[in-house]
Design a protein around this ligand. Structure first.
Ligand SMILES: Cc1ccc(Nc2c(-c3ccc(O)cc3)nc3c(C)cccn23)cc1
Length: 109
C-alpha cells in the first residue's frame, strides 16, 4: 500500500540521520533530553512535548505513525523544542539548524 512505501522512506531518513558521520551535530537529538543529567530542571516546564530521534525511530518501528506527515511533524517538533529552549547563541541551537538542514535535504530527495 502507498503509506507503507512512505513509511519505508521515513525509515531510510532516520537511518541516515543516525549515522556516526553526522554525530558532531546530531548527538543532542538521538535520545530523550535528560533534564537531570543536563541540569536543566526547567526543561519540562518549557517543553510540553519532548521529542527525539530515538523515540521517533521507535514510533516508526512500532507502527505508531499512520502517515509520513505524522513522522514529519514529530521531527519538526524535535527541532522546534530545541530552538525554543536553547537560545540562538547556544551551540545546541546551531547544531539543531545543521541537523535540520540535513533532514530537509533527505526529505526533499
Ligand atoms: C545548562 C544547559 C543549557 C542548554 C542545554 N542544552 C542541551 C541539549 C538540549 C537538546 C534539545 C533540547 O530541546 C533542549 C536541550 N542537549 C544538550 C547536550 C546533549 C549537551 C549539552 C547541552 N545540551 C543543556 C544544559
Amino acid at each position: 500500500k502507498k503509506y507503507q512505501l512512505e513509511l519505508k522512506f521515513c525509515e531510510s531518513v532516520v537511518t541516515e540521520m543516525m549515522k556516526t558521520k553526522h554525530a558532531k551535530f546530531s548527538y543532542p537529538f538521538l535520545k530523550p533530553v535528560d533534564p537531570v543529567a543536563l541540569n536543566i530542571p526547567q526543561y519540562l516546564k518549557i517543553i510540553k512535548k519532548p521529542m527525539d530521534l530515538g523515540t521517533i525511530e521507535k514510533n516508526l518501528k512500532d507502527g505508531n505513525y499512520q502517515t509520513a506527515k505524522d513522522f514529519y511533524n514529530d521531527v519538526v517538533l524535535m527541532f522546534n523544542n530545541c530552538y525554543k529552549f536553547n537560545p540562538e547563541t547556544d551551540d545546541v541551537h546551531k547544531m539543531g539548524k545543521m541537523f535540520q538542514q540535513l533532514f530537509d535535504s533527505l526529505w526533499s530527495q
